[in-house]
Design a protein around this ligand. Structure first.
Ligand SMILES: Nc1ncnc2c1ncn2[C@@H]1O[C@H](COP(=O)(O)OP(=O)(O)OP(=O)(O)O)[C@@H](O)[C@H]1O
Length: 366
């Protein structure tokens, strides 16, 4: 088991990279602590698989170091790094029994047969594969095969970490939640560092204690699911997490007031003063749809908006609201009547995030 440190790591698939865009992984420092349950979350192409392959040794980084418990492993081949990797599609030997599939990684390194038997039985029990142990792998369902793939990672003694690369893609939706719970249980029982790659925020937050959000080859935030929701560190995290994502308004301060286009955004003098002193043209206010107050009559400190749509989602509705040139989304509970035509909204001060050049800047409310 190991703590995995990535030190000034960068990777480009090009021979002569010239700009930041040429890098699949832009220079980063990151630590996965020993025993943590982590998710690596991001859209297609952001560099998740590249990062996993660098950790497992399938790919050599262009620059920087990979350290396991402080020891540099860049020069070690995958088999010596003792990393188990579970891929999207199950990797099993169809002609072997489930028992032999699970025993395979142990037999490979010459472990005693009795010890192998004990370990295989233990892992099969956790994964609920005991009834299938004598069956040939080719007769298994897709999710059973994927459980065998996971089991092959778990049987190995002193495995440094298990890396899961979208492991539930082929799994039936009804079984997904069950396998996710199983993975959590395995994590608690074996205390192994686990990194779970996904582009699905629900999968990430049900599995992981902390999530690294990747965007354009960078980890833009590393935090608990709650931190990602309440205090997104980058506008991308705001868009990507939450349903619907965070609203952003491009703003600028003029004559002691804050404007979005030609419309005044009443956020209070304090925030307006801070923004007036910022040396950037790229300033955004972010607010989650969940935190916008919606009224059907004018309110102090409110903004008039046009209601352009409402989507009923059972326990809540999502309203589409036009404010000047900007389309905002707001969530209202099922017991609140849907306003027609016009509405009046207010942003609670403590729920407003300020983003300068796409990164969050804390507002000191004192
Ligand atoms: N073997 C390769 N050769 C050249 N470019 C590659 C190679 N593998 C990945 N890339 C590029 O590197 C970037 C990161 O890809 P990567 O597969 O790591 O992203 P990802 O987040 O895992 O995406 P996905 O979820 O679609 O697998 C992408 O722009 C991709 O096109």
């Amino acid at each position: 088991m190991a703590e995995i440190t990535l030190k000034t790591l960068a990777h480009s698939y090009l021979k002569n990279p010239t700009s930041a865009e040429d890098y699949a992984i832009r220079e980063m420092d990151h630590v996965w602590e020993q025993g943590g349950a982590y998710a690596l979350l991001g859209p297609s192409g952001c560099g998740k698989s590249t990062l996993l392959n660098i950790i497992s040794g399938l790919l050599q980084p262009s620059s920087g170091e990979v350290l396991f418990d402080g020891q540099r492993v860049n020069d070690l081949p995958p088999e010596q790094r003792n990393i188990a990797q579970v891929f999207q599609f199950p990797v099993v030997y169809d002609t072997m029994t489930v028992f032999d599939n699970l025993a395979f990684p142990l037999r490979n390194v010459g472990i005693d047969e009795e010890k192998i038997r004990q370990k295989v039985l233990e892992v099969a029990e956790v994964l609920e594969l005991t009834p299938q142990l004598k069956r040939k792998a080719k007769n298994l369902t897709a999710d059973e095969k994927q459980k065998v793939s996971m089991g092959r990672g778990l049987v190995r003694e002193n495995v440094s970490a298990i890396l899961f690369d979208e492991p539930l893609t082929v799994i039936d939706p009804q079984l997904k939640w069950k396998l996710r719970r199983k993975l959590k249980e395995i994590h608690r029982r074996f205390n192994i560092t686990m990194v779970y790659v996904t582009h699905d925020q629900l999968e990430a937050s049900t599995f992981a204690d902390r999530i690294a959000v990747m965007y354009e080859g960078q980890v833009v935030q590393f935090g608990t699911p709650r931190q990602l929701f309440e205090e997104p560190a980058h506008t991308f995290v705001g868009y990507f997490i939450g349903s619907p994502g965070m609203n952003f308004l491009d703003v600028r301060a003029r004559n002691g007031q804050l404007f979005s286009g030609n419309d005044v955004v009443p956020v209070g003098q304090h925030i307006c003063n801070i923004i007036a002193n910022m040396h950037s043209d790229n300033i955004k206010l972010g607010i989650r749809p969940d935190f916008i107050e919606v009224h059907d009559t004018p309110i102090d400190g409110g903004m008039e908006v046009e209601v352009t749509g409402a989507q009923d989602l059972g326990t809540y509705s999502v309203l589409s609201l036009r404010f000047g040139d900007v389309l905002l989304k707001a969530r209202i509970d099922e017991d609140q009547a849907t306003p027609k035509g016009k509405a009046f909204i207010r942003f609670p001060q403590e729920r407003i995030g300020m983003y300068v050049d796409e990164y969050r800047v804390e507002i000191n409310h004192e």
